[in-house]
Design a binder for this molecule. Structure first.
Ligand SMILES: [Zn+2]
Length: 239
């Protein structure tokens, strides 16, 4: 991941999901002397995202001794959340003289691997997954995220800002993220606080956002990543 300690003002898009939380942690760990601005989008369908992100910020402070210069909470509507988040980023870049912005995008896990995994009866019993429903969600995933974007992991945010934009995992999937949690030894502290669910339900508590089981693609993908990471790499590191 690109780190340049000369940079003073750092922005991180922080939703509270596994990727953005890990990214925020790594930024705090590596930029101890800089000003860090996590940016969180709240919509009518995700009213608790500011609280979700705040839990991550507090835990990261515990782990790295680094607190944010300011937590930027942007309000927007779900129907145009991309524009709302972009505007929040633009405003932050301008107001706080941001030098670099980090985003934690990953690509989808390979659908055929996830389908093969979910077809195992043993897996479905273990995680209480219903096959047809899971397949429906896997096939209904956002296919624009199946392949890495054509741009590099470091780009200049052009043309209006001329600042750096770093998206270090835009060619990796969730399993790589789980691996990094283990390597950083934060898989038992930070990871359990991260959320997964992209279900459209509006939940009443922060905990409910963490995992829905097999009701949405990100939750199936997360279980796949944890399960197969364990099999591939280790028996004991993951909880
Ligand atoms: Zn879910």
């Amino acid at each position: 991941m690109y780190i340049n300690k000369k940079l003073k003002n750092i922005a991180v898009e922080l939703s509270g999901g596994a990727e953005s939380s890990l990214l925020y942690y790594l930024v705090c760990k590596n930029y101890q002397d800089s000003n860090i601005y996590p940016i969180t989008l709240v919509t009518e369908k995700k009213p608790l995202y500011a609280d979700v992100a705040k839990r991550i910020i507090d835990k990261v402070e515990e782990l790295t001794n680094k607190s944010p210069a300011k937590h930027i909470v942007v309000h927007g509507s779900q129907s145009n959340y991309v524009d709302a988040l972009d505007k929040g980023v633009d405003d932050t870049v301008e107001k706080y003289n941001i030098d670099i912005i980090y985003t934690g995008m990953t690509i989808n896990a390979p659908a055929e691997d996830v389908i093969k995994w979910v077809e195992s009866k043993e897996i479905r019993t273990k995680y209480n997954i219903e096959l047809q429903r899971a397949k429906k969600h896997i096939n209904g995933r956002d296919k624009s995220r199946d392949n890495p974007p054509s741009h590099d992991t470091i780009t200049t945010l052009a043309p209006k800002h001329k600042i750096l934009h770093c998206s270090p995992w835009n060619d990796q999937n969730k399993k790589a993220i789980i691996g990094m949690y283990c390597r950083e030894e934060i898989h038992q502290t930070l990871f359990p606080l991260t959320i997964s669910c992209a279900d459209d339900k509006i939940f009443d508590t922060v905990e409910e956002y963490i995992h829905c089981g097999d009701q949405c693609f990100p939750c199936i993908e997360r279980t796949w990543a944890m399960d197969t990471f364990k099999k591939d790499y280790t028996d004991e590191q993951m909880v």
